[in-house]
Design a protein around this ligand. Structure first.
Ligand code: PAF
Length: 269
C-alpha cells in the first residue's frame, strides 16, 4: 500500500489513472468500512481510502477530541484488504487551497441531524468537496447508515455537475442488528447491552407499523427509548426514502438519533 500525506505527491500518482474508486473515512475502521472497501476493490483495483478526522464537521469539541484514532491499527486493516492507496492529509493540506466547486447545501440538511448538529453538514460537504477536487474519483462509496449525509453529498454532486458516481452501500450490522460505527468503540459493555435492547425495540416497532398494528406515536417511542436506557433522544422520525417527506404509504424508514451515555448513535432502517 502506498501512503500519501500530501496532495502534491498524490496528484502525480493518480494523474494517469481514470478509474479511481474512493472511500473517504475518519478512521477508527470497523466492519462497515471493511465492506465498503471490499466493494470498492471489486469495482476497481485503484482504490484509495482517506483517513482524516475533519474538525469542521464536529459541533462539539470534546467529541472531536475523543473521536477514536488508531492509525496503526487502521493501516494493518487496509494492508490486509490490499488497498492500493491511503491518503492521510493534514488540516492544511485539505483546507489551504480553494476548491473549484462551491458547496451546495440542500434544504434537507435542516431536517433530522441538522436540527441538532449545527454546521455539521456544511463541514461534511466542505471536506468531501475538497476530497473530490483532489482525488477526482470515478466512483465514491458511502454507507446508508449516514443516509442524510449520503443524500446531501449526492445533491451537491448533481448540482455542481461533478463527474463522480456515488455507490450507496448497505449498512453492516452485528448479530444484535446494531450498525457498526466508530463511536461504538467508546461504549462500555453495559451500554452496548442497552443499545441492543433499544435497537430490538425499534425493529419490532417498525415491523408492527408495517403490519399496520401500531399507530405512528413517536412520542411514546421516545419515552420507551429513555426507559430502555437512552440518555437523550434527539429524534425518531419516519421518512419516505424516495421524496424524503412524511410517508403516505408504508414504504419508509425510521430515522433516529439518541445518546447512550455520552455517545450519540444514529441509524435508520
Ligand atoms: O462518514 C464519514 O466518515 C465522514 O462524514 C466523511 C464522509 C469521511 C467526511 O469526513
Amino acid at each position: 500500500m502506498k501512503l500519501f500525506k500530501n496532495k502534491k505527491k498524490l496528484y502525480k500518482e493518480l494523474k494517469n489513472i481514470n478509474n479511481i474508486s474512493f472511500v473517504p473515512t475518519m478512521g477508527g475502521l470497523h466492519k462497515g468500512h471493511e465492506t465498503l472497501i471490499k466493494e470498492s476493490i471489486k469495482k476497481s483495483k485503484n482504490t484509495i481510502v482517506s483517513i482524516f478526522v475533519n474538525p469542521r464537521q464536529f459541533n462539539d469539541k470534546k467529541d472531536f477530541k475523543n473521536y477514536p484514532r488508531n492509525l496503526n491499527k487502521d493501516i494493518k486493516i487496509l494492508k490486509k484488504l490490499k488497498v492500493k492507496y491511503l491518503y492521510t492529509p493534514s488540516y492544511n493540506d485539505i483546507y489551504k487551497f480553494k476548491p473549484k466547486k462551491k458547496i451546495f447545501i440542500h434544504n434537507f440538511s435542516k431536517k433530522l441531524c441538522g436540527r441538532f448538529r449545527k454546521k455539521h453538514f456544511k463541514g461534511v460537504l466542505d471536506v468531501v468537496n475538497r476530497f473530490l477536487d483532489i482525488v477526482k474519483p470515478k466512483i465514491m462509496l458511502l454507507g446508508k447508515k449516514d443516509f442524510q449525509q449520503l443524500i446531501l453529498i449526492e445533491k451537491h454532486i448533481k448540482k455542481n455537475k461533478i463527474k463522480t458516481k456515488i455507490i450507496r452501500c448497505n449498512t453492516v450490522r452485528d448479530k444484535n442488528y446494531i450498525a457498526y460505527s466508530s463511536r461504538l468503540k467508546r461504549l462500555k459493555k453495559i451500554e452496548l447491552l442497552k443499545l441492543a435492547k433499544i435497537i430490538k425495540f425499534i425493529r419490532i416497532y417498525k415491523n408492527n407499523l408495517i403490519l399496520k398494528k401500531n399507530n405512528f406515536n413517536l412520542n411514546q417511542v421516545k419515552k420507551k427509548l429513555i426507559l430502555l436506557g437512552a440518555q437523550k433522544v434527539d429524534y425518531i422520525e419516519i421518512l419516505d426514502l424516495k421524496n424524503l417527506k412524511k410517508p403516505k404509504g408504508y414504504n419508509f424508514n425510521l430515522f433516529f438519533a439518541f445518546y447512550i451515555g455520552k455517545i450519540r448513535f444514529i441509524d435508520n432502517f
